[in-house]
Ligand binder design. Structure first.
Ligand SMILES: NC(=O)c1ccc[n+]([C@@H]2O[C@H](COP(=O)([O-])OP(=O)(O)OC[C@H]3O[C@@H](n4cnc5c(N)ncnc54)[C@H](OP(=O)(O)O)[C@@H]3O)[C@@H](O)[C@H]2O)c1
Length: 326
């Protein structure tokens, strides 16, 4: 079968090759083999291949945390009715290949009316946005700031916040040609390449500061936005797009907002996947209603994936959808 393999840590453009590898062994007790139908690329794939999670990543490895497939073979102990079910095969990387062997408990059934091209994006961003808004935006929260507001997850956060009557303030870096998906969902969108952006943000959040900030940028921008989050609010830190950690003072500032580190992995892995179908119910509900969709910017066959990462991406918008069948 075809698989995209990272032989060593590094940039995807430098270390990924697509090649014929041996197919998965017959599934063992409680395992299945999933034939992949569609898979995706997320910042977490790049970060994992970079070697940032050294202690839990061994190379060579097949990246890809997200995708949809169909159960193609069953090991002992798996119900016969599982054969042919469409599922999200979660809990490990390895989606950038034609077949993936994994424990059946990690397979989340996909409703029949959610197409492959929608289902393949259901996990990383929609589930994270849903869990974070549920956890941190309880009643009383009105004033919310979202950094990297042009990102796919920024768009989902705005959709979910609208449901709660919250119109967030977005912070963006001001890349030419990039705009938030639906400006009507945002109270203000403030670009950090404007020298007056801190003052604009201060005015937008008001004297009390933000009740909740969702930050996936870190670095100086994260630090500035932290300073405008209310001390009895929450600064939810869930990514590091700037590549620079939050200033250390954010964690120690007296009277500063608590920094809540959110990692989808912590929720998903907590009991070996046993609880997993449940948190997907609202995600699939929203996907059916045309919400939490990721706009597809480009379709790439698995066989072309390594070349794809060598091509400059400037100005490209939308997510990459990988077709493992070609
Ligand atoms: N903790 C978790 O469990 C979890 C789960 C899901 C996602 N995340 C994180 O969420 C973040 C966004 O993911 P996504 O899939 O939504 O991204 P995406 O759609 O691929 O978009 C990337 C976004 O990052 C922005 N960006 C890139 N470098 C930046 C920088 N140095 N400073 C400010 N903005 C920058 C881009 O801005 P432009 O529009 O200006 O190019 C764009 O908005 C990532 O950090 C990801 O790891 C974390």
């Amino acid at each position: 079968m075809l698989a995209a393999v990272a032989d060593r840590p590094g940039r995807l453009a430098d270390v990924l090759t697509v090649r014929d590898v041996e197919g998965p062994a017959a599934p063992g007790e409680g395992e299945v083999v999933v034939r992949m139908l569609a898979t995706t690329v997320n910042p977490s794939d790049e970060v994992t291949v970079s070697g940032a999670y050294g202690s839990r990543t061994s190379f060579p490895m097949v990246p890809g945390f997200e995708g949809v497939g169909v159960i193609d073979a069953l090991g002992p102990g798996v119900p016969a009715g599982a054969l042919g079910r469409r599922v999200l095969p979660l809990g490990s990387a390895g989606n950038w290949q034609q077949y993936k062997r994994l424990g059946y408990s990690w397979c989340v059934p996909v409703p029949d009316d959610v197409p492959d091209e929608v289902a393949c994006f259901a996990y990383v961003n929609p589930l994270t946005a849903t869990l974070m808004v549920d956890r941190f935006c309880r009643s009383g929260v009105r004033n919310v700031v979202v950094t990297a507001a042009t990102s796919a997850i920024g768009r989902h956060l705005a959709e979910l916040l609208t449901d709660r009557g919250i119109t967030p303030v977005g912070v963006v870096r001001g890349t030419p040609g990039r705009a938030v998906a639906d400006p009507s969902r945002w109270r203000a969108v403030i670009p950090t390449d404007d020298p007056g952006w801190r003052e604009r943000l201060r005015v937008a959040v008001g004297p009390r500061g933000a009740d909740v900030t969702f930050d996936c940028v870190g670095g100086d921008v994260g630090g500035e936005v932290f300073a405008l989050t209310a001390g009895d609010g929450a600064f939810v830190h869930y990514g590091l797009l700037s590549g620079t950690p939050l200033p250390a003072e954010c964690l120690t500032a007296p009277g500063g907002a608590p920094v809540e580190l959110f990692r989808l992995r912590d929720t998903v892995h907590k009991d070996g996947g046993q609880h997993l179908p449940e948190p997907f119910a609202p995600v699939f509900g929203n996907l059916r209603r045309g919400r939490l969709h990721a706009p597809v910017g480009m379709r790439v066959g698995l066989s072309e994936l390594a070349d794809h990462f060598k091509t400059p991406t400037a100005g490209r918008t939308g997510k990459i959808l990988i077709d493992p069948r070609r």
